[in-house]
Write a protein that binds this ligand. Sequence first.
Ligand code: GLN
Length: 476
Amino acid sequence: MSQWPLIAEIAAAVTSGKTTAVEQVEKALKTIADQKEYDAIIATTADRALERAKTIDAKIKNGEAVGRLAGVPFIAKDNYLVFGAETTAASNILRGFNAPYQSTVINRLEAEGAICVAKANLDAFAHGASTENSDFFVTKNPHDTSRVPGGSSGGSAASVVLDMAPFALGSDTGGSIRQPASFVGCVGYKPTYGLTSRSGVVAMASSTDTMGPLTRNVADAAEVLDVYAGPDPLDSTTTPRQAEGYSVTGQKMDLQGVKVGLIKQYMGDGIDEAVKKVVLEAADKLKSRGAIVEEVDLPSLPLALAVYYIIVPAEVSSNLSRYDGQRYGFSAKDATDLESSYVQSRSQGFGVEAKRRIMIGTYVLSSGYYDAYYKKAQTVRTKLINEFAEAFQKYQYLIGPVAPTPAFQIGENADDPLKMYLSDIMTVAANLVGVPSISLPAGTVGKLPVGLQIMAPMNKDRELLLMALAAEEVLA
Ligand code: GLN
């Protein structure tokens, strides 16, 4: 049982004076302190959080408006620029960096009274699927500390399951919200590309980065998304909100006649039999409420992972060029001139995975290889977009597993990048195509949670959240 009621209820209790924002923040900070052994948290923002809580409580006493998330504590993945603690993206090269401004997502949550209490661990620069690539420490899976919590938002996902706060923020570039949600057993929401501002989040791949919540239930995810989704002048790729917004609290969707495509390519070779069973059982439960579930064929899907690992490193190599030891972050002390300062700062500051992606990215973008790799990958990406569009002509939603396995052992894939990349095989397509996707707890394999992935067409986030709400009830 969680110590946190629904987010809307926490805010109502704070606003009505039943509890205080300070009490909520103290509860979160105590839980964080009590669960140190899981290494989910890089730093707390305790001083600033308590200050903000006091201000909110004072406003309530004065009868001033405090917003719909008044006093609700949350945890941000440490690639969000937040005041009150360093922003490191779990990388050595950003150690000591204090953000001069906050991300749009954080500002919008704060404008409604939410309070960031801590920064969560991640794979450095969000490169990874296990949180083992963090330059700080490896986060442990709350259900089995010998296993990973998934990644790259592993700290955020673990913090929710460890009940440290009612919600945490993650970023999803190729699965980094959904895969850890599946591994630890919480809800992870990846919005439509463009619905959430990327401003003030350490850039990974600009054409697929999305900002989403990790929560204990669908209603909370929708409540949080509703606060920060929508156009932002600081991010020119942002798109309009849906007119009805995203909150689904107190709503219901009938599954009768809803058309669902079960993705064939995700249920074939390479998937763990026990995971497959959980997904098939979930499909049966949807059918038992009247949903029409049929197998759907997306022939180019087996190419998605290769496409992703060309396009994303290309964008990564470009986005990481700003870490040059001159402007902010780590600067090598032993450099003798500007050139050697660049080389030394980057050589010493970046970890193995960032370097690997910079190498691959610059390679596929270099003249002579651009046509062979990058251009071809973009062509296949368009093919994937078309195949998804076609599938969505027939089906309102697509479902499948989130990852081919439950949480793996710490160290199991750490020395084999290709094996690690395979953990993303069922999540990257949604990012390449831009569609919204959610991971919902669907069952367990032994004591390890397994998620169900549900996708909807682009800009149908509200419809996806309603579907997830209905599925959540059936799967419970
Ligand atoms: N695991 C994927 C990768 O390493 C996804 C990362 C992400 O979504 N941030 O690229």
